[in-house]
Design a protein. Sequence first.
Length: 180
Amino acid sequence: MPATDTNFIEPKQRAIARKPPKVRRDQNQWTAIFAAQRASGLSVEAFCSANDISRSAYWKWSKQLGATKKAAVGKTSAQAVDMRKSIDGLAQLVEPLFQADPFCGHVFVFLGKTRNKAKLLVWDRHSFWLLYKRLERGQFPKPDILAQRGLSGAELMAFLDGIDLSHARPIKSVFASRIS
């Protein structure tokens, strides 16, 4: 009998021949994996085999996060920022405050200490945009809860209009691949 047939392998060797258990990763881990793959310069197949990642799981999550990426366009900072900062100063704050790449295309929202001024920083293929909004009366809502998750385009516009979204519960996204 061939030595590769697991029915005839000793019990100790049979444990070695089994596949490793599946690793369950969350959305943030997959986002980091995609960034590492882009930075490595390797093809998807080469990257997955070098890092023991299932290619089918890679493509499944790639498809799901592609849909999520369109929905989550903005991120707000829970910390007040010096409103004298311009593009370069705010771009340097993106990584420590948001744990994100400033060139990812998301809209990063920075609020002043009194929460009556907001600066929005976004990268669009070849340059940064910096938008500034100053409220003549009132304040922007507290960004504490919103800073923990991304904002959709509609939520970003509502936030900039002064609507408090901290108690709002959005409908969960549905990731469908076919109609049955």
